[in-house]
Write a protein that binds this ligand. Structure first.
Ligand SMILES: C[S@@+](CC[C@H](N)C(=O)[O-])C[C@H]1O[C@@H](n2cnc3c(N)ncnc32)[C@H](O)[C@@H]1O
Length: 287
């Protein structure tokens, strides 16, 4: 049962009971891995002083804190997330960083009654691919923006474009009877891999001037460290972690060996660096 108005009960349960506590525990290493993509997105969008920003699916608040720094004391950021444990981490992070211009809201962004016409920018780093009804969700977010204001978010391109998730999955596939997803657009990390579909979603939701750019770079998987640390990280997170969630111990041991072999060629001085590809979507609420 959801404790907030929600149109996404499965995701509510997933991010509160299953994934959220794990993310909260590993959030700093996850952030070290994906911060380059979030930072590049903020640079390209042009997050500048004075903006009022809504950070959707803000998770443990790393982007909210960074946005708050960039908009400065004249601006403000609201981080919204469906996961209570992740928001607890976000509030603690902002307090510890002495951030006074960030607030947090426990909310399902698809249906939450955000203040209307209140934001200059809706931002998200990997927090918008989990809506049961993405058109309804983005229509809700359009209303939170001032007319003429902007949306900018980062989402993953497809699995085959992301070696850091593909290779561990390919390594464990022979050990598990994995079936291809019945609906490739179902809420999840790759729901927005098809850029044309996402463009249509944003247009149907009421956004204009939709544009998409690729962001391809090698990422330090699990934030760097030893090969064993990285294997442990990959067995807990991402699609391989999800596939192994209920696996018995002997299978996890075999999976660890297979993943170690698959990623070893990418291990160097700093850790395991592997190719990743995301989309940066930008759009505008028509004036
Ligand atoms: C992959 S995590 C990304 C977290 C964070 N943006 C980051 O980059 O570290 C996805 C986030 O989206 C949140 N989320 C999923 N569905 C949501 C919804 N309907 N409304 C608000 N947040 C949602 C999850 O709780 C989670 O924090």
């Amino acid at each position: 049962m959801s404790d907030i108005p929600s149109a996404n009960p499965e995701q509510h349960e997933y991010w509160n009971e299953t994934a959220g506590p794990k993310w909260a525990q590993l959030s700093d290493v996850i952030d070290t891995q994906i911060a380059p993509l979030g930072g590049e997105a903020m640079d390209r969008i042009g997050v500048s002083a004075g903006l009022r920003v809504l950070d959707v699916g803000c998770g443990c608040g790393h982007t909210t804190v960074e946005l708050a720094r960039r908009v400065g004391p004249e601006g403000a950021v609201l981080g919204a997330d469906i996961s209570r444990p992740m928001l607890e981490g976000a509030r603690a992070r902002a307090d510890a960083a002495g951030i006074a211009n960030a607030r947090f809201q426990h909310a399902d962004a698809q249906v939450h009654a955000f203040e209307t016409d209140a934001f200059d920018l809706v931002f998200s780093r990997f927090g918008v691919m989990f809506f049961a009804d993405p058109v309804a969700a983005f229509a809700n977010l359009v209303g939170a923006l001032q007319p003429g204001a902007r949306l900018g978010f980062v989402c993953w391109q497809g699995l085959t474009r992301n070696d850091w998730m593909l290779r561990p999955m390919a390594a464990i596939a022979p050990l598990l009877s994995l079936k291809p997803p019945s609906d490739p657009h179902a809420p999840g990390p790759f729901a927005f891999a098809d850029a044309e579909r996402v463009t249509r979603i944003l247009q149907d939701a009421g956004f204009g001037s939709v544009r998409v750019e690729g962001m391809e770079r090698d990422l330090l998987v699990g934030g760097g460290g030893s090969l064993d640390d990285t294997v442990r990280f990959l067995l807990q997170m991402g699609p391989a972690g999800a596939a192994l969630r209920d696996a018995p111990k002997d299978l996890r041991v075999k999976a660890a060996d297979a993943v170690r072999e698959a990623i070893a060629p990418f291990h160097g001085d700093e850790g395991v660096r592997m190719p990743a590809a995301a989309w940066l979507f930008q759009a505008t609420r028509p004036a």
